[in-house]
Ligand binder design. Sequence first.
Ligand SMILES: Nc1ncnc2c1ncn2[C@@H]1O[C@H](COP(=O)(O)OP(=O)(O)OP(=O)(O)O)[C@@H](O)[C@H]1O
Ligand SMILES: [Mg+2]
Length: 288
Amino acid sequence: MELTLNKLSKHYGNKIAVDSITTTLKPGLNALLGANGSGKTTMLRMIVDIINPTSGEVLYNGEPIRKLKEAYLSDIGYMPQHLGMYPNFKVEEFLMYMATLKGLHKSYAKERMDILLKLVHLEDKRKAKIKTLSGGMYQRLGIVVALLNDPKILILDEPTAGLDPKERMHFKNIISSICQEKIVILSTHIVSDISEIADQIIIMKEGNIISHDIPEKLLEEMQGKVYLLHIPNEEASNIQNGTIVSKKVGKEMTTLRVISDQKLENGEVIEPNLNDLYLYHFQDGESI
Ligand SMILES: Nc1ncnc2c1ncn2[C@@H]1O[C@H](COP(=O)(O)OP(=O)(O)OP(=O)(O)O)[C@@H](O)[C@H]1O
Ligand SMILES: [Mg+2]
């Protein structure tokens, strides 16, 4: 099973949201990282066939999705970035309604609903109105909707937005438990959401995929670029090159984690992690 993006582009007037992307996605967790506006949602919406590409195409097992139509869509589960779920519906009612829209048989839908509400620990919320759910519960209900049809391809667009650390951890465990034998694409800004569980990492920048590989390989490319500096406070502002990932100011000494392409003489080279990789590409840290 594979999903191929072939020179996939989306233009909005002069704006190139997705710029001729070519790549292949396989079963497992494909983590999609990118800053705001890098084109993640636009790419995902073309994959789920909500918007048409300006040029290029998506192929499912070698066949253009445009030709497969329903045969493709019935294999897809999608959790959009902005979930719109009816606040006055009860959880159970809403899920049955969504199952009908997806064309699922009533008895099958009930069976799936039972399994999935258990999976996300919402079985005691069946009768609760959607507006009474916490943010984390709401997101978990979003994933139930996406999984109702037992999709082979699962697309999750920033599913952990707004969750607290405990809910994030819970969500992460749910995701890693359902990734086998499905092509899962999960977009996020939060690297810790996908560290340890991503099979592949895709980094998007300005409409392009700038890296796509297994995490170990991407980290290899970061080797020798991450330093720990332990320097007197007064020298901490004199460093010329690099991006500060973290800074801890003590009484006399400052400890800095710095990413730098150039060798830092007074630094100790340390093991890079995925957060360093993200900041290396997006320079979100304080630049020095
Ligand atoms: N319908 C649209 N009309 C015009 N421009 C759009 C439209 N949708 C997206 N864009 C632009 O395309 C670019 C990519 O947007 P997109 O929503 O795909 O990014 P993203 O990576 O999902 O961002 P975020 O992390 O904020 O969700 C942005 O510059 C955005 O302003
Ligand atoms: Mg988005």
